[in-house]
Design a protein around this ligand. Structure first.
Ligand code: ZN
Length: 100
């Protein structure tokens, strides 16, 4: 006879899988803080592999194509709180942020 039925009993993997490009994951990288014009920002580099969407850069109003390493930037000192700041994050070309 048979196969043990207990094979499936270890299905503990019921943690919800979050949407694949979950921002939680994104921020685990090399986030750093920068101060520009007296405001604090979090700056998170995004590798080309992770750049799977097209964004508009607020610096040059140009397009950040998929596969382009770039930066995600959000304020750290917003009065609306961290979540709102995060929700308002922007994607920048590396160079545009540098000269912003
Ligand atoms: Zn730009």
């Amino acid at each position: 006879m048979g196969r043990s039925r207990s094979k499936r009993s270890a299905s503990r993997n019921q943690r919800e899988e979050r949407s694949h490009d979950s921002f939680d994951r994104l921020v685990q990288g090399f986030r750093r803080s920068e101060t520009k014009r007296g405001r604090e920002y979090s700056v998170q580099p995004v590798s080309g592999q992770r750049a799977v969407k097209v964004y508009t850069c607020p610096g040059c109003r140009g397009t950040i194509e998929t596969g382009t390493p770039h930066l995600v930037v959000w304020r750290e000192d917003g009065i609306m709180g961290a979540e709102a700041d995060l929700a308002a994050r922007r994607h920048w070309h590396n160079r545009c942020w540098t000269i912003a």
